[in-house]
Design a protein. Structure first.
Length: 151
């Protein structure tokens, strides 16, 4: 028979300790993640001592698969690292902020491109017909403020 004091200690469980995490920075893109030391060790083993974030690891795998000739993981890692460093070293044009780009697109669409002309007749309001498709009368709004339709 068990004593009540021993059963009380058996039911007390130790609180679960959370695994320790470390901040680690991707060697190619510079992204910082928090991962367990075991995971960091596995990734570094896979990529010859280099830490890669999940996105860069997928890009390296994709580089191996996409290459027309068979390449090693090290070569794919070198290609991806070169791409990331070139991408980060390009300084964006000061003119390339989104508002400037949208303004340039708007000006180009209004000024430079030929405008489409539609031949609407004032009496019918119909768009030009398509060959082989029978035309139907369209519904037009009246000139008043009230939403009534005329045919």
């Amino acid at each position: 028979m068990m004593s009540s004091s021993s059963s009380a200690t058996d039911t007390i469980t130790k609180p679960l300790s959370l695994p320790t995490v470390e901040s680690v920075t991707c060697d190619t893109c510079g992204f910082t993640e928090e991962c367990t030391p075991a995971y960091i060790h596995r990734v570094k083993d896979r990529y010859k001592g280099h830490w890669l974030c999940g996105l860069c690891a997928e890009a390296v795998k994709d580089e191996v698969v996409r290459s027309p000739t068979r390449i090693s993981v090290e070569e794919a890692l070198r290609r991806h690292t070169t791409f990331c460093h070139r991408f980060r070293s390009c300084s964006p044009d000061e003119e390339e902020d989104p508002i400037s780009v949208i303004g340039r697109i708007l000006r180009r669409s209004l000024d430079g491109s030929p405008r489409r002309t539609t031949t609407r007749t004032s009496s019918s309001g119909a768009l030009p017909g398509i060959d082989g498709v029978e035309s139907r009368r369209s519904l037009l709004r009246t000139g008043s403020c009230f939403p009534s339709l005329s045919t």
